[in-house]
Design a protein around this ligand. Structure first.
Ligand code: SAM
Length: 283
């Protein structure tokens, strides 16, 4: 496969490189911003699940704390924390960086947990005013909406043009943080921990919330499910652009190293004892 074939298959991957974004996800946030004006007046922002960091590139004058399990190449003016967003210690570290001031915007582009609700708890911990998070619109998404509505005046489910239609990925945009009176932020999730046998779609009344669904990014934006020719503009010749920020410590690094030395296990060879906890790797 030539290195231009991904450029052809994925228009947003290609545009991200050409425009200097670290990841194609940048367009999702830009399209959400077009719809919701997310960045207006933001002084303090938290970028959860941030690596490689394209969402933190989209800053105006805000103080940004970016958190990821993976190491990230530095971004000027952005405080980076390598940690797990579901841990209280990580939330405390974020709060420390804002010196007790609430965050104006929290974005999260990861779905680290099957419920996604730990991120939500973390938002609340930071006393945010606005939150955007990636979700998978699975069968129990109603519960997530209901829980978010307890804390936010407005909850919308949005699908940017740059998010493929073939994916159940969408983003919840929560505005007007207004927790119930007397609510004490915490990272536990007692409701879900005890409700695995509940069919949330059967809930009724105040327990069931139907949130508005919004497709955003106008129709002139590229369709992420389409394949585009390499030469988009007939007057400009296609030129391959390398990634803006190549991965600094990718999880496939060890496999590439082993493949180079012909040490990868295959169907016909016995497994080799490898370092870093792998028993064998089949590619
Ligand atoms: N928004 C990013 C950008 O535009 O550059 C891309 C984010 S990527 C799709 C999802 C990230 O979520 C991965 O880098 C992964 O390491 C991170 N992640 C997943 N679970 C996490 C967790 N529990 N704590 C912190 N980061 C997590």
């Amino acid at each position: 496969m030539g290195r231009s074939s991904k450029d052809k298959r994925d228009i947003y991957y290609r545009l991200a490189k050409e425009e200097g974004w670290r990841a194609r996800s940048a367009f999702k946030l830009l399209q959400l911003d077009e719809e919701f004006n997310l960045f207006k007046g933001v002084r303090r922002a938290v970028d959860l699940c941030a690596a490689p960091g394209s969402w933190s590139q989209e800053k105006e004058q805000a103080k940004i704390v970016a958190v990821d399990l993976q190491a990230m190449a530095p971004l000027p003016g952005v405080t980076q924390i390598q940690g797990d967003i579901t841990k209280t210690s990580t939330a405390q570290e974020i709060i420390k960086h804002f010196e007790g001031q609430p965050a104006d915007l929290v974005v999260c582009d990861g779905a680290p947990d099957v419920t996604g609700l730990h991120d939500v708890d973390e938002y609340i911990q930071a006393q945010l005013l606005l939150a955007v998070s990636l979700i998978f619109r699975g069968k129990d998404v109603t519960l997530l909406y209901s829980q978010l509505r307890i804390f936010f005046g407005e909850v919308t489910c949005a699908k940017p043009r740059s998010s493929r239609n073939s994916s159940i990925e969408a983003f919840v945009v929560c505005q007007r943080y207004a927790p119930p009176e007397g609510y004490v932020p915490n990272m536990s999730n007692p409701l879900l921990d005890h409700c695995y046998d509940v069919d949330f779609n059967q809930l009724e009344g105040p327990n069931r919330v139907i949130v508005p669904f919004l497709a955003c990014g106008d129709l002139s934006a590229f369709d992420s499910d389409r394949t585009y020719p390499l030469q988009l503009d007939p007057s400009k010749e296609y030129k391959y652009t390398p990634p803006t920020q190549p991965p600094i410590r990718p999880p496939y690094e060890q496999a590439c190293r082993l493949r180079k030395s012909n040490l990868l296990a295959n169907e016909n060879s016995p497994s080799l004892p490898l370092d870093e906890g792998f028993s064998s790797l089949h590619l």
